[in-house]
Design a protein around this ligand. Structure first.
Ligand SMILES: C[S@@+](CC[C@H](N)C(=O)[O-])C[C@H]1O[C@@H](n2cnc3c(N)ncnc32)[C@H](O)[C@@H]1O
Length: 281
């Protein structure tokens, strides 16, 4: 299989393009939205956290640095995992974080081991019920899910849905806020709510924002655009779509808690059972 450096940009899917460009915080609202979300939940130093679809590890490293908790980040892309592993080393948090390749639809973990599952802009591209059931399975009772996703603010006409999929990959399907809550509830979560719901802003194109902040990325982009003439038209197409149809989209943190399993009544002893039987005769 061609490595990302030799693959044509036209043949890359959206995730491969993000990994190839080295985009760090690829979700609506970018890293400021992550900071806002982290302020509205409470991750403790003793918590064990999964960052599902961690990308290049910006959020996982930030959580490890600021809370001291242990984290595992998984991503389907080995390029992203390599970048995340380098980031953890350069930020001095390798002792707290492990990054590994894995599929969030089939998590390579035992049941009930995490206190938190964090995800940012992953579920929107996938089978949501399948992903949320997996998150439920690996969380401890009373564990939390905090999934930052794009939401639909009004119905998306079929033609725009098709364009969205052309830009971000087939299967890309943002739900309404109610739809996200229903899907999480359907997977078994309680106390479901959307934290920090907000409309997409004019300046929220994540690739353009990442480039504006990072000269190394811009330099890399110039080299890449020289080698791959298809790159700039593709970036323009994605940015143009979001700019033109921004009013359809918002984002927020889909939050829920895994309930404590119900306590089953203690089984009656044989003596109790016999006494009850005699009493009823
Ligand atoms: C839009 S990016 C978001 C990355 C990161 N969470 C962030 O906010 O910067 C989506 C990420 O999900 C990963 N991904 C897509 N499908 C996946 C799957 N089935 N299992 C694990 N990761 C997946 C992609 O490789 C990509 O890194």
């Amino acid at each position: 299989m061609a490595s990302l450096d030799t693959k044509r940009v036209e043949d890359m899917n959206y995730f491969e393009m993000l990994a190839w460009l080295g985009i760090g915080s690829s979700h609506p609202g970018g890293f400021p939205a992550t900071l806002q979300n982290l302020q509205s939940i409470q991750i403790l130093p003793e918590d064990y956290v999964l960052d599902a679809g961690c990308g290049s590890g910006l959020t996982a490293c930030h959580i490890a640095k600021t809370t001291g908790c242990k984290i595992i980040g998984i991503d389907i892309s080995s390029e992203m995992i390599d970048k995340a592993t380098q980031r953890a080393a350069s930020e001095g948090v390798s002792h707290l974080i492990e990054f590994k390749v894995g599929n969030v639809q089939q998590l390579p973990f035992a049941d009930r081991i995490f206190d938190w599952v964090i995800a940012e802009s992953v579920t929107v591209f996938l089978d949501k019920v399948k992903v949320y059931r997996e998150f439920y399975r690996v969380l401890k009772p009373e564990g939390h899910i905090a999934d930052h996703e794009m939401a639909l603010l009004k119905e998306l006409p079929a033609q725009l849905k098709q364009q969205l999929e052309e830009c971000y990959g087939s299967g890309t399907n943002p739900l309404t806020y109610e739809g996200w809550c229903q899907t999480l509830t359907q997977a078994g979560f309680q106390d479901v709510e959307i934290k920090n719901p907000q409309p997409l802003k004019n300046n929220s194109n994540l690739i353009v924002n990442a480039l504006k902040k990072d000269w190394v990325l811009i330099k890399g982009l110039a080299d890449k655009a020289r080698r791959q003439p298809g790159l700039l038209p593709r970036l323009q197409k994605n940015a143009g779509f979001m700019k033109q149809y921004r009013s359809y989209f918002g984002f927020g943190l889909v939050y829920g808690r895994k309930p404590t399993p119900p306590i089953l009544p203690k089984s009656k002893s044989f003596k109790d059972w016999l006494l009850r039987l005699l009493r009823f005769q």
